[in-house]
Design a protein around this ligand. Structure first.
Ligand SMILES: *Cc1c(COP(=O)(O)O)cnc(C)c1O
Length: 386
């Protein structure tokens, strides 16, 4: 009989596995082989070779990732930026134009503003929460619209439903970076997005020990992006495939715990006299709270906040916490704390930061899997100390 794979928790563990299991192994072994015997394939793209992302470790992950987002197909890549750049270079060419949410991941922003102009690809930035303003930015040569489910570092949630409707009306490809939400909190295909992108480095793997990326969408688009990936070469190593697959198995329990823990910490910070502002979409005070409630199944594990006392006070808090590690990145089992202007958003100019509302003193916390009470006690001590 066929396996029942209705729930995302079951799919995270069982979807995509080779059937029957190889030599009976409960866990798919690592195929550490760059090349595979020729089996009469007609096309170069069908030969089995690690750079073509089609060894058994890749193919199992592709099936699993598609299954957990309810999409047709998926592709893993060497990093989140490899997923983003390969997807965009497939969809956009010389003379094309992209509409893009203004506050996006620093690396993506850098790609669009420093590499793309050289290639003749133009970008206009939009406020993802103001659909009425999009049409005036639309051009004859606009091909796609690009957003993030939950933006970094202010955790804004754009009008995602309007994005898919606008894309359908205008004949654009709708693309979303779903890294911060994860498939536990949001599955883009259900809302009609054409393409979902991930930094697998973050929640999907969840253990801060690999860099990886994923592209998830319809058969035809993912096949086109796979062909580009074969030429650009950003393949995921089989050992990293194995670790990503292992990390994915616990995604649901990790992310649900992080959702709960981050909400409790956000509430604690919000009432703390030394804290001036907290940004977390699960808080009633967040500008996009109602939209987040409507669109998401959970609010994620990242929050950001401002403390009284300026830059020195912000640096003091980061120095004095003992559990969160001061490091960039997010989505792992250990809590990480950082000032985005020094890490993820360091490539933006002062004017760009000001326009995005990101202050120099903003602190971002990626909540890990430690005891929530310990994290709260640690933050409390760091905030209280003179
Ligand atoms: C980290 C990150 C990326 C880039 O991913 P890498 O795996 O570091 O290449 C892209 N988008 C978002 C939202 C991220 O947080």
């Amino acid at each position: 009989m066929e396996k029942i794979l209705a729930g995302i928790e079951t799919r995270l563990i069982h979807a995509g596995k080779p059937e029957p299991p190889i030599e009976g192994a409960v866990v798919t072994p690592i195929f550490q082989s760059s090349t595979f015997e020729y089996l009469g394939q007609q096309s170069y793209h069908d030969l089995h070779y690690i750079r073509l992302n089609n060894t058994p470790n890749h193919l199992g992950l592709h099936r699993k990732l598609a299954a957990i987002e309810g999409a047709e197909a998926a592709l893993v890549t060497a990093s989140g930026m490899a997923a983003i750049s390969t997807a965009l270079l497939t969809i956009l060419g010389h003379g094309d134009h992209l509409l893009c949410q203004s506050c996006i991941y620093g690396g993506t922003h850098g790609l669009l503003t420093t590499e793309f102009p050289r290639l003749g690809v133009e970008v206009s930035f939009i406020d993802a929460g103001e659909p009425a303003t999009w049409k005036e930015k639309l051009r004859e040569n606009t091909r796609a619209i690009y957003v993030e489910t939950i933006s970094n570092p202010l955790l804004e949630v754009g009008d995602l439903r309007a994005v898919t409707e606008f894309a359908r009306e205008q004949g654009l490809i709708s693309i979303i970076d779903n890294t911060f939400a994860t498939p536990i909190n949001f599955r883009p295909a259900e809302l009609g997005f054409d393409l979902s992108l991930h930094s697998g480095t973050k929640y999907l793997n969840g253990h801060s020990d690999i860099v990886a990326g994923a592209v998830i969408g319809g058969h035809e688009l993912v096949a086109r992006i796979s062909h580009t990936a074969n030429h650009l070469g950003g393949a995921l190593d089989p050992h990293a495939c194995f670790l990503l697959d292992r990390g994915l198995k616990t995604l649901a329990v990790r992310v649900r715990y992080q959702n709960e823990s981050a909400l409790r910490i956000a509430r604690f910070l919000e009432q703390h006299p030394k804290v001036e502002a907290v940004y977390y979409p699960g808080l009633e005070s967040h500008r996009d709270h109602l939209r987040a409630c409507e669109l998401l199944d959970g609010f994620g594990g990242v929050l950001s906040f401002e403390v009284a006392g300026g830059l020195a006070a912000a640096e003091r808090v980061i120095d004095r916490v003992t559990i969160p590690v001061s490091a960039p990145s997010l989505g792992g089992v250990e809590s990480l704390i950082t000032r985005p202007v020094t890490t993820s958003h360091s490539g933006m100019t002062a004017a760009q930061l000001a326009a995005a509302g990101i202050s120099e003193t903003l602190i971002r916390l990626s909540v890990g899997l430690e005891a929530t009470d310990d994290l709260i006690a640690d933050l409390d001590r760091a905030l209280e100390s003179p």
